[in-house]
Design a protein around this ligand. Sequence first.
Ligand SMILES: [Zn+2]
Length: 347
Amino acid sequence: MLKFVTFAVKTQLNVHDLNNEAVAGNVMDIRMMEFLDENGKRQEAPAVSGRMLKHWHYEAMRHLINNGPYSAVKLCAGCRVGEPIRPGEIVNNNLTQVAKGEEDAIKSCAVCDIHGYLIAQEAKSESEEGEEPTEDIQEEARKKRKKREVGVSARRSSRAMFSWLMPVLGSEALTRQVIHTRVSQQQSMSGGEDKAQMIFNKSYASGIYAFVSALDVERIGLVELKLGASNHYAVDDNNGRKDRIKVAIEAYRYLISGQMGASLSHAIPHMKPLELVVAYSVSGPLPFPVSPMYQDYLSQTLGLMPEGTTLLYWGEEKEVPGVLKKAKIDEIFSELIQKVDEVDEQK
Ligand SMILES: [Zn+2]
């Protein structure tokens, strides 16, 4: 059975506004990121945060469940409508975060299961108190840690992990500011004709980008607190776990297609995937792949992965020993989905 899968993606994105993060829920507005090139020299270029990529992975899952072939997969009220209130329930006509046990939370929602959550409780504010230096800093840190443990007891870590989307080193990264106008259809606006035509600036970027991601398949449906028990899965292979894994894998197709940031209504990136490396294991966890932002990432990834790892590659690189080259990206997804279905065959 599939236990762990990693993705390393290199894609060209022309004229995008994906890193306009102010509009994507409660994430920060970060447009530019500093980093080092392969000679250790400082560079600066537009980048898209891993939070943004994670958000759009969730959006793709939500779309596939609400409107696609995975309608049997369960979502809580918060995740169904795309609100970051997890786990959510409708209480007195209001969407409310409910403090429930991990097993309940996992059973009732695939996104709470796979993307994790943090239930804010009273102890959270205690743990944030007082940044003033104290005489015994270690003792203070110990106390704070203890308080935090109480406060975040209802926390589940994400099974899906994402890097930032970064420019491939050595490629050019371009940005251009564009003036847009928004024309009001109302003739008698109170501010007069000047105000009827609103002028605003937006920046668009172009470049060749890379991101890496990992999906900890084995821990989907797993209740951490029940690890010693004979069945530590709240959702198992006979009651929906396989569909959850499949929808989480399928969601990556949408990320690769450029559905991973802001302004998609009027600035779908001119996307062209260049390379995709998928590593998967049927025996245990894998390290993260080397990022395609570096030139020799494929051979380095191959050198890093433990024995028994399967590496799939799509792109222009010639045959590399130890890596299975695929003619289409779809073949890679088909193989992953097939590995999820193999669960039954082995039992
Ligand atoms: Zn949920």
